[in-house]
Design a binder for this molecule. Sequence first.
Ligand code: T4K
Length: 370
Amino acid sequence: MKNTEKPITVTQPCLPPLEEFLPYLEEIWDNKWLTNNGPLHQQLEQQLAEYLGVKYISLFSNGTLALISALQALNIQGEVITTPFSFVATTHSLWWNKITPVFVDIEPEYMNLDPAKIEAAITAKTTAIMPVHVYGNPCQVDEIQRIADKYSLKVIYDAAHAFGVKKDGNSILNFGDMSVLSFHATKVFSTIEGGAIICHSQEMKHHIDNLKNFGFRGETVVEEPGINAKLNELQAAYGLLQLKYIDAFIAKRKVITENYQNSLKNVKGIRFISDMEGINHGYSYFPILIDEVDYGLSRDSLYERFKENNIFPRRYFYPLISDFEPYRTLPSSLSANLPISTMIAKQVLCLPIYVELSDMDIDRICSFIL
Ligand code: T4K
């Protein structure tokens, strides 16, 4: 019999009240400034810098173009060490810059790039490391920086999941040479589509701002082959409104996370990531790991069971990026090189998490696991 209960998807955007959006629309309609570093765009950059605790932020039309542009801004070439356990855009950004990705395995606890395995992958062609704070859990930033300094490598963090994350009170976005955020509709903070680069000098911000505007410096000078990756005023308005609610959003996601943790803590064969000490989390995802032998059911069987019951968790990040067609023939893509990533990709399931997910929804979800 077909399940008629309402579908629960892995995530759902939390839209601000429509009546609060209308005055922004009126403002935009009045001043007829729609894009190209408009007033709302400037406000959003300023407010985000304050909220996140970063100095220089440059908004982008999406996270992927921000990643591509960050690599351009730092003139990264040759080989870049990165993780296969991420959304495919991380590696695509390297490909679009004609950079060879070199996949290094992850560590099993937080599923981030394993610093202990980075040095063995460095060659004369290596110019940078691109780790991902996967699910918003910070990478081992000090250890990664130590290695980068030793070999004079740049570090660009894909921080698409790490909005609002702090380590000992300091934004995680302040580590490395640059960090990149995604503001996609499925993210904790959203501008519908959108993203940003966080950098550490005014000069670099100017450079990035020019890059995303065709490379123009002023009206008549084009200094480099830039791209069009600008965020428009309607999206900036949406972002300004989102920012008014962001603390409440994150607080709600924390409650959902704790509910899941309490419900699932005694289930044999199910593991989840506990909060890290000294970290303010953004609670962007709630991944669980299913040990088929101990749990008695495979991850894929559980996934199918959910789908039959109108619940749609996602297997982020399966398949590994290194298993996708464009990358599978790279020497570093061999599964023997990536044993932990290969194992985790078979076990992981991201449970639904979004602001309007109710306690009843969580009970319904957990009832299919318990
Ligand atoms: N780096 C990392 C580590 C990333 O995770 C991402 C993006 C990027 C870089 C690139 O950033 P962007 O260029 O995207 O800014 C989604 C997102 O599209 C993607 O942004 C995200 N990572 C990735 C992890 O997830 P899909 O293909 O799984 O999305 P989709 O359309 O299947 O949506 C998932 C669920 O969300 C749907 O089942 C229902 C719900 N949904 C989605 C949308 C778009 C809604 O309820 N409303 C909506 O408008 O990739």
